[in-house]
Structure formats: C-alpha cells, structure tokens
Design a protein around this ligand. Structure first.
Ligand code: ADP
Ligand code: ASP
Ligand code: MG
Length: 439
C-alpha cells in the first residue's frame, strides 16, 4: 500500500475550521496514513502562537510571577477547538498536570511541547486515529542531539503495526524521560523522521503558502513558486532564511530518497513544490532557483602581509573561535587577508577575548570586527552552467546602490553568498530577484 506522511503546521491547525480542512485533506486519500501535527499557530496576523504562550507561562513561573492568565489563554484556545469540533475531550486532567509542572519544575522544553501534545491528541480523537507520543519514540541523547537510529527503530516499531496514527511534532525525550524539543519550527523534522521510519513514498508538508517561493513573500511581492527544487538547493535556501521548511528537516527524507511536497492547506488544489534528489530534465533552465537572506552576522577581518606563506595561520585563527565554542559560517580568504563570519549572537560575551587572542597569537597588521551584516544566498544548479550569473548578481546589487561587503562561492557551485549591511538586506534581495528570478 502507498504511504504518505503528512505534516500540518501551526496555521493549518490554528482553530477548528483549519483542523476540518486538514481532516478533509487526510480523508481524501487513504494513503495519507500518518499525520504529524504542530501546536495551534496564529489565526490572524496579530494572534499569538500557542507555543509562544507556553514559553510565556514558563518564563513567568520561573520568575515567580503569576502565570495563570497566560495559561488560561492556552486553555481557552484548546477549549474553543474541542467545543467547535464537538468532541468530549477532557482538558481538566491535562491542565492540572501542566499546572503542577509549572509550580514544581522548571522544564522549558516540556512546557513548550504541550501545544503539540494536546493538539495532536485532540486531532487524533477527531480523526479516530491512535495517538503516538514522541516522548516514547523520538530519542535525544543527554547532550540534546537527536539519536537518529534509535528514533528510526522506535518510530518503526510503534507505527508499522498501525494503519493510521497521529504523532505530535516538535519534541521527543532523553533516555531519562525528560522532554526535549527541536529548535523552533521543528515539527518539520518530526515529519521527515516519520516518513523515513515508515518507508513512506512521499512526505507532504502542509502550510500556509503554495510551496517554496523563489524569495520570502514578506520581502518580494508575489514571488514565483518553485516547482521543483533539489535537496541541496533547499538546504542552502532554508539555512539562509527561507523559513517555510526547517533547515534540518530534509536530512531523514534525503537519506531515504523520499520526495517532499510543500502544499497549501488553504489551496489544496495547488501542486506546491516538489523537493527531490535531482531535477527533472524537462524543466526549462533557470538562472537561479531562489534567493534568501539572514541578518545578524559579524565579520572578523584579519590582515597580515605574507599570511599565505605562514603555515597553519588559518588553522590557528579558527582554533581561537573553536576554543570559545563559536562555529563559523564562512571563511573567505585572499593572499594576505582572511575573514571569519559568525553569528553575532555566538560572539556575545567572548568577542573582546577572541579579538585579544587573535592580536596576541597571530600579530595581524590589521584586525576589524564588522557587525550587523546580512548574508544573502543566491542558489541554483543553473548557476554552474549559465554564464554571467555572478556578474548579474553584482550588477543587481550595485544598481540598487548597495555596497557588497563580502563574496563567497560555495564549493558546490550552486550558491553565491554575498554580505551586505543589514539595512540593505531587503532591497538587495528585491533587486536580485527582479533581475534573475522573475519570469
Ligand atoms: P508552518 O507553521 O506551516 O510550519 P511556517 O510559518 O513555519 O509555517 O512557514 C511558512 C511561512 O514561511 C510562510 O507563511 C512565509 O511567510 C514564510 N516564508 C519565508 N520564506 C519563504 C519562501 N521562500 N517561500 C515560502 N514561504 C516563505
Ligand atoms: N510549535 C513549534 C513552533 O512554533 C514547532 C512547529 O510549529 O514546528 O516553533
Ligand atoms: Mg514551520
């Protein structure tokens, strides 16, 4: 039998009306056997996600402040869903347990996970599917890393005997039973893990846009939908800010060769975006597949005459960052210059120490830290065989009157990264999009 794993995001399950739409999509095709659910998201632009309300409860409880009004808001969201779906689901017991946790323990991940836990239990009751708790099937190591193989075995053991199931997204547990969550948006990862474990033919990720768009729709008006994208291109774009799909979520599906289809719960007739290992040859060649940007980077630029002949210079420079637990994003270098680009937040509390150690150990001629940079990734397989793409990117940025602070081309030749000042990020994206990605 064909198996499709479906994951519905927060806006797709924000209230009873949205849950009914999701249920319609699930029932329409019996192959949609396993359903991964997020917590209720925003019902309108101004609304608050249940996950954010739960984090708020936890913060208030830890500060010894009154968390009851925030918890009442969470409860009201679920009461409304249960009532509108005409279910007889008992929320009293669940909220007594949550309240007790808030009063007696400080477990932030546990609290954040309750949105997915409750929503999935309610949706399981509505669909008449069994509920599978990832606390028993998605396994984390004590250091917070996912234990992928144990997770794969546990999910397989739990799901293989079931024709259908609803699995809560976003969390799992360590060996000692303590709940641990993925980073924000992590239900996408749960869906991919379930697809791999069940040997699914397809992983459908249902959200509030009709697929992956060639640029962030909050920056570019009406960007083109990407029909097909490779795992590798998707990784580059989602890492750099295309937030429609969690940056780590493709790995389990990629490993198992399972295609991923991003779909719109509000327009289920739209075909969405297919994420596949390699692009179909029949597609018209495009200069680029997409563009995405991310703010908050710092560049540490080191200059020293004859750096190129000083053996181990680069290794010693990077070791200083590693010793402070800071991982680097990019490291473009010239003959006598080298820049290390890191997330600004990773330098909090250790920037001065790192600068001092670079001065002492490497004796550079010049050392500059440039903050508030945005990185923009221009991605596409077409770049490796289309001449002049790099020139067109630089022309687009310069036509917008924006200064490029750094250029780096990944060794895979499917992306060019440029750094600009944060304030120029959106304009640079718009300009690159209109020159290279518009039809
Ligand atoms: P869900 O709650 O369904 O997981 P998300 O909010 O995580 O949904 O992701 C969907 C959102 O991602 C869209 O509403 C859109 O605003 C945003 N987004 C950012 N970049 C892109 C892009 N390149 N293509 C599509 N959506 C994008
Ligand atoms: N509910 C979580 C979040 O808001 C996880 C998810 O929706 O994927 O980040
Ligand atoms: Mg998401």
């Amino acid at each position: 039998m064909e198996t499709i794993v479906v994951k519905f995001g927060g806006t797709s399950l924000a209230d009873a009306n949205q849950i009914r739409k999701a249920a319609g999509i699930i029932r329409e095709n019996p192959a949609r056997r396993y359903v991964v659910c997020s917590a209720p998201g925003k019902r309108s632009r101004e609304d608050v996600k249940v996950t954010d309300l739960l984090y708020r409860c936890q913060t208030l409880a830890e500060a010894g402040e009154d968390f009851q009004p925030a918890l009442d808001e969470v409860r009201a969201r679920f009461e409304e869903i249960v009532r509108d779906l005409e279910l007889s689901f008992q929320l009293d017991v669940e909220f007594a347990i949550i309240r007790e946790h808030l009063e007696t323990r400080h477990e932030r991940d546990y609290m954040a996970s309750r949105g997915e836990y409750l929503n999935s239990k309610i949706i399981a009751a509505y669909l008449c599917f069994p509920f599978v708790d990832p606390a028993e099937t998605v396994c984390f190591e004590d250091n917070g890393e996912l234990d992928t193989e144990r997770t794969n075995h546990r999910l397989f053991a739990a799901l293989a005997p079931l024709d259908n199931a609803v699995i809560a997204g976003f969390y799992g547990a360590r060996c000692d039973g303590v709940i641990h969550t993925f980073s924000r948006g992590g239900s996408d990862i749960t869906g991919s893990l379930v697809a791999r474990a069940t040997g699914a033919n397809l992983y459908e990720n249902w959200t509030d846009v009709s697929g992956m768009l060639a640029a962030d729709p909050r920056i570019v008006d009406n960007p083109r939908r990407i029909e097909y994208i490779s795992y590798q291109e998707l990784r580059e774009l989602s890492y750099m800010g295309s937030s429609v799909f969690h940056e780590d979520a493709m790995f389990p599906c990629q490993r198992a060769g399972i295609p991923i289809n991003i779909r719109n719960t509000n327009c289920p007739e739209d075909p969405g975006t297919m994420i596949v290992a390699s692009l179909p040859r029949i597609l018209p060649p495009r200069q680029i597949t997409g563009v995405a940007g991310h703010k908050g980077f710092t560049s540490i630029q080191v200059e020293k005459a004859l750096m190129n002949s000083e053996i181990g210079f680069g290794a010693r420079l990077l070791k200083i960052f590693a010793d402070h637990g800071v991982s680097f994003e990019h490291c473009p270098s010239g003959i006598d210059t080298m820049s290390v680009i890191v997330h600004g937040s990773a330098l909090a509390g250790c920037k001065d120490k790192i600068m001092q150690e670079i001065r002492e150990q490497l004796r550079p001629d010049a050392l500059i830290a440039e903050e508030h940079l945005a990185l923009i990734a221009v991605v596409g397989h077409g770049m490796s065989y289309n001449k002049g793409v790099a020139a067109a990117i630089f022309a687009a940025v310069s036509d917008a009157g924006i200064n490029i602070r750094m250029i780096d081309q990944g060794s895979s030749e499917i992306n060019i990264i440029i750094a600009v000042e944060e304030k120029d990020c959106e304009n640079a994206i718009r300009s690159i999009y209109s020159r290279l990605a518009e039809d």
